[in-house]
Design a protein around this ligand. Sequence first.
Ligand code: PLP
Length: 390
Amino acid sequence: MERERITMKKIYLDYNATTPVLPEIFEAIKPYLTSKWGNPSSSHWAGEGLKEDIEKSRIKIAKSLNCQPEEIFFTSCGTESNNWVLKSVCGFNLKNKHIITTKVEHKAVLETLKYLEKNGLEVTYLKVDKNGLINLNELEDSIKKNTILISIIFANNETGVISPIKKIGEIAKKYKVLFHTDAVQAYGKIKIDLQKLKIDFLSISGHKVYAPKGIGALYIRKGIKLDPLLHGGGQEKGLRSGTENMIGIIALGKSAEIIINDFSSGYFEKLKKLKDKLENELKKIDNIIIAGENVSRVPNTINISFKNIEAQALRKALNYEGIAVSSGSACSTDKEAISHVLEAMGYDKITGLAAIRISLGKFTTEEDIQYTAEKIKYWVERLRSFLPNG
Ligand code: PLP
């Protein structure tokens, strides 16, 4: 058990790991925990209106992505959405099939591909440059006659770096290869307009956008046939069976409504201003590296390495101060290993293990930023002073 102060402040700066449920989302789902508890497939009073409520949510999500409601399918999480695409595009016969991805995907893509690889799939893992970006010529050169899918992350969960999704889509179309993007960390942080992007499949997750855990969605472009991952009662047009998660679906619909409002409310700009403020304060510390500093990133994420500091020690010190940040990805279990994302970006082990991820969100205030900057400066100096030559 890590030490905690008794009367401490609580500042949450790990919104890329998960988000709290917003009060308005909680209000929207309450009836589905009390009076509207029925099965949406029931044709008696208990199920009445629930299918319609599901469709209303679908419409909102479609609107937030600028696609058709019939192109949205509910899943249980981002991991499921990713698994569904990768496994179903391949089918059972994996021989002579090729998928292109990158070395900086989330484990929900990498581990699924590793599993498929063991069973005969051929996978190309594109390298990235020091900013975390792929080389588009290399992508084009990697496409072969048997390439069935390109799967590339929209915005990286550890660094926030945004992939050149528009150009990747154009390349995929030129060669008639399907294109999937894991947009779990992009949705709700930047505007995604599916009419302007040549994306065939896109994964999102509710708990990254202030809905509860246990809901996700997959966009499947109209006209593309994808085999179901789950068979059963035929929900979601027979493509994703299982009694619908009403709470999750209503919550994700409400999230979408909030995201649509965020497009025009100045929320993204406000978030970026706060992030830039913190980043500028942290840049005053000597010997730091900010991942993807000079390329396009989502407006809430800073991945910063402090030379000669162990990120775990800094994370624990900040936790003691009431500040929640992460060292590496929250899903990573091996705390001694450098993150595969930073490694792919050319970080050596010491620099990689010195990286913390700070991710801002709806409840982040100027005061939080000020306090966090002060505490980070204090602890980096203190931890460095313990070094032999400190
Ligand atoms: N993809 C990315 C980029 C993520 O950041 C995450 C979660 O951290 C996932 C997929 C998995 O999403 P979920 O937790 O909904 O399964």
